[in-house]
Design a protein around this ligand. Structure first.
Ligand code: F0G
Length: 418
């Protein structure tokens, strides 16, 4: 039977119990299916003909009443073959899975469609999250669609403008906390424990992870039921890398895919506790007290799902690496200018990580690599404007514009000089 299970002590909780941490040992929970349930879902191959979307995989989701699904048409994002950038890096095959193509512009929508649907099933009236921006935008949208009250806590002055505007226009109660994300998360955790009626939709919520695992399923489907050699993912609170790995492992368990990818997590240098733990072979993380990076989406010092993420990286023989802000911004520009894909800085960390790992010869050039770009570039227009060449101001006259574009023929120039 589908249930929730502690990742540490294995204690089992009913699928409809509202519980965020194990009551026995305090660790995280995950949704578990029996092997026969997964096989049954796979065999009912009606789903194979559905168009790509999160709900293509409805039979693999812990939702009992499909009539109440809260959807804005999430998933089904492009898996872009990036020949220009791949060739430049000398890589055999490079794909970018562009999650900015989701309804609110980030991968969070995959988790929210399932999480908010579950909230309705559980009969809650209010939802809450702490966020570096994208989670708040996504939760606000799905709560609006579901008719639920919504409050979001964001670190004051540290979220990109696009994301703030989304949370506001969708009508959430937006609380700017004088503190960082880790502090805001701690508060919402305590609030939701204290007030049973407020449902927490951060990625510790196992139903969010169920939606996000569709990212793994989709990559499989888009590659013709094959796994790439490697998946590179930006890591913040560490839910997404864990979710993608869960998706692959489930498909692998029921032979819907033969191989498994090496999960490779990238953090920003100023907030990289998981990379630190990976490199020092530690079984625990040392939280970063004052995380800092231009990639505000992953400005997180105490990632709640660190244990799941380290397991995913280690089990899959992957790597964790950190990248500087300068490397992130350079990668953002390079991706935009070689492939026409505009992603926000946190998303570009997967590309920056790829470049770094190729340079360090930690990634072989024979690999087929999928980089996840997690959020749309328009989420953070200020950074893009800051790092790009300034627009050139000109008079509204054709000659002035010809001059700037270098359109005057050399002959004319020569003649006029004489
Ligand atoms: N990329 C973007 C654009 C994000 O918004 C986030 C997380 C991540 C990567 C990291 O994903 O947390 O699952 O490891 N943003 C969260 C938020 C924390 O509040 O929007 P993760």
């Amino acid at each position: 039977m589908t249930h929730q299970e502690c990742i540490n002590c294995g204690r089992i909780y009913a699928i409809d119990e509202i519980v965020y941490f194990c009551k026995e040992c305090g660790d995280l929970l995950e949704v578990k299916y029996s092997h026969s349930e997964l096989e049954k879902a796979a065999k009912n191959n009606r789903w194979q003909t559905f168009p790509l979307s999160v709900w293509k995989y409805r039979d693999f989701m812990p939702i009992s009443d499909p009539s109440r699904i809260v959807s804005l048409n999430e998933g089904g994002t492009g898996l872009h073959l990036c020949k220009n950038l791949g060739e430049r890096l000398g890589l055999k095959q490079l794909y970018v899975k562009n999650e900015g193509e989701n309804p609110t512009g980030s991968f969070k929508d995959r988790g929210m469609t399932v999480g908010v649907t579950k909230a309705l099933e559980l009969g809650v009236k209010a939802v809450i999250c702490a966020s570096t921006g994208n989670t708040s935008a996504s939760l606000a949208a799905y709560a609006a669609k579901a008719g639920l009250q919504c409050a979001v806590l964001i670190p004051s002055g540290k979220i990109a403008y696009g994301k703030l505007s989304q949370a506001m226009i969708y009508g959430a109660k937006v609380l700017q906390v004088r503190g960082n994300f880790d502090q805001a998360l701690d508060i919402v955790l305590r609030l939701s424990e204290k007030h049973g009626g407020i449902y927490l939709l951060n990625s510790i919520n196992p139903f969010r992870i169920e939606g996000q695992k569709s990212l793994g399923y989709e990559i499989c489907n888009q590659l013709g039921q094959e796994a790439p050699d490697r998946i590179i993912v930006p890591v913040g609170n560490a839910g997404n890398i864990s979710a993608i790995w869960k998706g692959f492992k489930e498909f692998h368990a029921i032979r819907l895919v033969k191989d498994l990818p090496m999960m490779t997590g990238i953090q920003a240098a100023g907030s990289a506790p998981i990379v630190q733990a990976f490199k020092t072979r530690s079984d625990t993380i040392i939280p970063v007290d004052e995380p800092e990076t231009i990639a505000t989406a992953i400005r997180i010092g105490a990632p709640v799902s660190w244990k799941k993420a380290l397991t995913a990286i280690r089990e899959s023989h992957g790597i964790a690496e950190k990248v500087t802000d300068a490397e992130i911004l350079e990668a953002q520009k390079t991706l935009a200018r070689t492939e026409g894909l505009f992603v926000e800085p946190a998303s570009a960390s997967s590309i920056a990580g790829l470049i770094k790992l190729i340079d360090n010869e930690a990634i072989s050039k024979d690999e087929c690599v999928v980089c996840i770009t997690t959020g749309h570039g328009l989420k953070d227009p200020d950074t893009a404007v800051k790092v790009s060449e300034k627009p050139i101001e000109v008079d509204a006259e054709i000659e002035a514009i010809e001059q700037v574009l270098g359109l005057k023929t050399p002959l004319t120039v020569t003649v006029s000089r004489r």
